[in-house]
Design a protein around this ligand. Structure first.
Ligand code: HEM
Length: 485
């Protein structure tokens, strides 16, 4: 009974909101007929959401954007996930949107996602607090930290994970374990153990909850995610309390948690509260874990499908490994002597588009390229559309790492390659992600050969992922013991 009243109320409110938005959009369209970007609002209530979802559930979602760009141009109006949205496939407009964060546009997440993130998450922060916390995050993932100690942790955790591989491996899962363990280490100095394994299980349920759009209210996945978030927050809260006690006894660690204890940007003035710290840590896990593990998996997929790129990459890494011997860890100089690997990293980021673009909300009426984006409207700056545009990248839809050897891979302006976004919200983990991927590829290609265990499919909705978690059959090889080849 309760459920049916809820359902009725929900439907009533949804229809009412939709009609209101539609009426507002229609009024805008009438008033500013020549100034809104061209396009269509699609069907009543659902707009063009179903077309978008069905395109992104296939291996080739491009027609959704291609069709509209060829009909309306690089900036067009659509209606997705319950709101009229201006969609930009134009690099200059994307840059304008990103650079004007906090002035003309603000980041915007649905309420269901905000609940999972927690109100003190970096992704939801605004203004000066955001600025300070963004640079604090950067200070824990920048090149000097990577060089001084993170690279050694990455190297060790990647090896540890690869040591356990036998026979058939779900690459996506192993990559997730690596990135999760690494983030936990970076945040609070824990090495992989039963506690981190349990935390990861709960945490994966939280992640599932992020992708239950568009109707999270009815989804049991979403309800489980909220419960799991509570458990993760409790577990992290315990660690925070424990560490506060240790600090009273004079103990200090070199990790992100320590930096948060020392920070003085809390909402109530003074230091951060436990809740603020927990929300902050949870958001870092969210932002860094799924993205980096997916990029690791997709790099391997693209390389497997492009054998001459794989053998070029192997040559580079075998050279490094033969110089260092079998067991010595990678050092910063080694990372800096992987030019072709950096081409592979760029090309994987360009073609995989883990974050296909970002949503923002217009804070005021905004004039751009002869159009007006009305105040309150959503905009979507599509990185994917630019990265896969033949105008900006020759033969844009094929995996060609060599393109990065000449002239940064792109024919036109520097705005065209933005896998990590830009402006004040530019990904603070951009260097960390590159190092993680490079170290992972190093150990993978010098220690294993592999082949896909069965056909798998790359899809892009609700997230970019391999449907079967990319199972591969692996064989150990040793550069130093030919009998193991
Ligand atoms: C291949 C891996 C990654 C990709 C493609 C990626 C991409 C992005 C993008 C596009 C944004 C901008 C979002 C926006 O403008 O709204 C972003 C933000 C963010 N990323 Fe990453 N990221 C990756 C890895 C990481 C890692 C390893 C970390 C860990 C430190 C991280 C932490 C963050 C955080 C905290 C934000 C929010 C920044 C803010 O709102 O100020 N990311 N990421």
């Amino acid at each position: 009974m309760d459920m049916s009243i809820n359902l009725f109320l929900y439907l009533f409110l949804s229809v009412f909101t939709f009609l209101l938005l539609r009426a507002t959009a229609a009024a805008h369209l009438r008033r500013r007929k020549n100034r809104l970007p061209p396009g269509t609002l699609g069907l009543p209530f659902i707009g063009e959401t179903l077309q978008l979802i069905s395109a992104y559930k296939t291996e080739n979602p491009e027609p959704f954007i291609d069709d509209r760009v060829s009909k309306y141009g690089n900036i067009f109006t659509t209606h997705v996930f319950g709101e009229p949205t201006v969609f930009s496939a134009d690099p200059e407009t994307n840059r304008f949107i990103l650079q004007n964060e906090g002035r003309l546009f603000e980041s915007s997440y649905p309420g269901s996602i905000q609940n999972l993130l927690g109100r003190h998450s970096l992704l939801l922060m605004r203004g000066t607090l955001h600025k300070r916390m963004h640079s604090l995050t950067m200070s824990f993932a920048n090149s000097s930290i990577l060089k001084d100690h993170l690279l050694a942790d990455i190297d060790r955790l990647v090896r540890l994970n690869l040591d356990s591989w036998t026979g058939r491996v779900f690459l996506m899962e192993e990559a997730k374990k690596i990135t999760f363990n690494l983030t936990v280490k970076q945040l609070m100095s824990f090495d992989p153990c039963e506690w981190t394994e349990n935390l990861m299980k709960e945490y994966m349920l939280v992640i599932e909850g992020f992708f239950t759009i568009p109707l999270p209210v009815f989804s049991s996945t979403y309800r489980k995610a909220i419960q799991a978030r509570r458990k993760v927050a409790e577990a992290l809260g315990l660690v925070v309390r424990e560490r506060r006690k240790e600090r009273e006894g004079g103990e200090r660690k070199n990790d992100m948690l320590e930096a948060l204890f020392e920070g003085d940007g809390g909402v109530g003035g003074g230091g951060f509260s436990d809740e603020e710290i927990v929300d902050f840590m949870l958001a870092l896990l969210v932002a860094g874990y799924d993205t980096t593990s997916t990029i690791m998996t997709l790099a391997v997929k693209f390389l497997t499908e492009t054998p001459h790129a794989l053998s070029h990459l192997k040559e580079e890494h075998v050279g490094i490994r033969l110089r260092k011997g079998e067991v010595e860890s990678l050092r910063w100089e080694d990372y800096k002597s992987m030019p072709f690997t950096q081409c592979v990293v760029n090309e994987t980021l360009r073609i995989a588009n883990i974050i296909s673009g970002v949503f923002r909300r217009a804070m005021t009426d905004i004039n751009i390229k002869g159009y007006t984006i009305p105040k309150g409207w959503k905009v979507f700056a599509s990185f994917r559309a630019v990265h896969l545009d033949h105008e900006h990248f020759k033969d844009a839809r094929s995996f060609d790492p060599w393109r990065w050897q000449s002239n940064a891979g792109s024919a036109t302006s520097p705005n065209v390659f933005t896998p990590f976004g830009g402006g004040p919200r530019r990904c603070p983990g951009y260097e960390l992600a590159r190092v993680e991927l490079s170290v992972f590829l190093h150990h993978l290609v010098t220690r294993f050969s592999w082949a896909p265990a069965e056909p798998d499919k790359l899809v892009f909705f609700p997230t970019t992922r391999m449907l079967k978690r990319y199972p591969i059959i692996i064989q150990r090889r040793s550069l130093f013991d030919p009998c193991k080849e």
